[in-house]
Every structure is written in structure tokens, then in C-alpha cells.
Design a protein. Structure first.
Length: 130
């Protein structure tokens, strides 16, 4: 049974649930994901993953002898947009303060944790590209 919250300082909670704060968390977590994935590469693997930050954009690339592959996370107005190397939108997330007082991403009407958003964006690049 879900615990009911009687009172919550929702104004403060919502203020802390801002795109800039969440985007900074996302940046740190993506950098950690890339570091973790690179640590799993076999010795002498013909590829390496890189992450670059340029303003309000985070780009994860695969450097290899295969065609260029990238995933881009962009702070865009009131959302975070994920694009592929052809600049096509793969996902778009807004923020919501849910009924439990938790700051969550909202993608296609569904609440997501940051790790779920990163997995959906990076899984193909990390595990299906090679």
C-alpha cells in the first residue's frame, strides 16, 4: 500500500525540480556511464566511447573504424531532447513533480528515472553497435 503524503512543501520541491539541475545530474551520470562502458572494452578493442559537453548539449560518440555513431542530449526550452547522428529526435523528456513529491522525467506520458532515460538513449550505441 502506497504511503499517503499529508503535507509537502511542493513549491520548494518543484523549484528544485528544474531542467538545469536535472540536466547537470544527467551530464554527470552520462560521463559515469561512458567510463563504466569503456572499462568493459576488451583489450585492443577497435572502439572507444567518448562524451563531450558543449553548452547545453551532451554528445556521446563511438570512435571506431565503423561509420560515425552518436547520441546527443540537448537542453531545449522546456525539455531534454535526445537525437541520433542524423539529428532525428529519439526521445523528449519534460519534468514532473509526481503525487509522491518526487521529481521525475516524463517521456511519452510515462514517468522515468534518469537511468531509464539514459538506458533507452544509449543502449544501442553501447551494446548493439559493435
Amino acid at each position: 500500500m502506497e504511503e499517503r503524503i499529508e503535507e509537502l512543501d511542493w513549491v520548494t520541491q518543484r523549484s528544485e525540480c528544474s531542467l538545469s539541475v536535472i540536466f547537470e545530474k544527467l551530464k554527470t551520470q552520462i560521463q559515469a556511464d561512458v567510463k563504466t562502458r569503456n572499462s568493459m572494452r576488451p583489450e585492443l578493442a577497435p572502439y572507444i566511447f567518448n562524451v563531450g559537453v558543449k553548452g547545453d548539449t551532451i554528445i556521446v560518440t563511438a570512435d571506431s573504424n565503423r561509420p560515425y555513431m552518436a547520441v546527443q542530449f540537448e537542453l531545449s526550452g522546456k525539455s531534454i531532447v535526445v537525437k541520433n547522428k542524423r539529428d532525428e529526435v529519439m526521445a523528449e523528456a519534460t519534468l514532473t513533480l509526481n503525487d509522491r513529491g518526487e521529481c521525475k522525467l516524463k517521456v511519452a506520458g510515462q514517468e522515468q528515472e534518469l537511468w531509464q532515460f539514459r538506458r533507452k538513449a544509449l543502449e544501442d550505441l553501447f551494446f548493439n553497435y559493435f
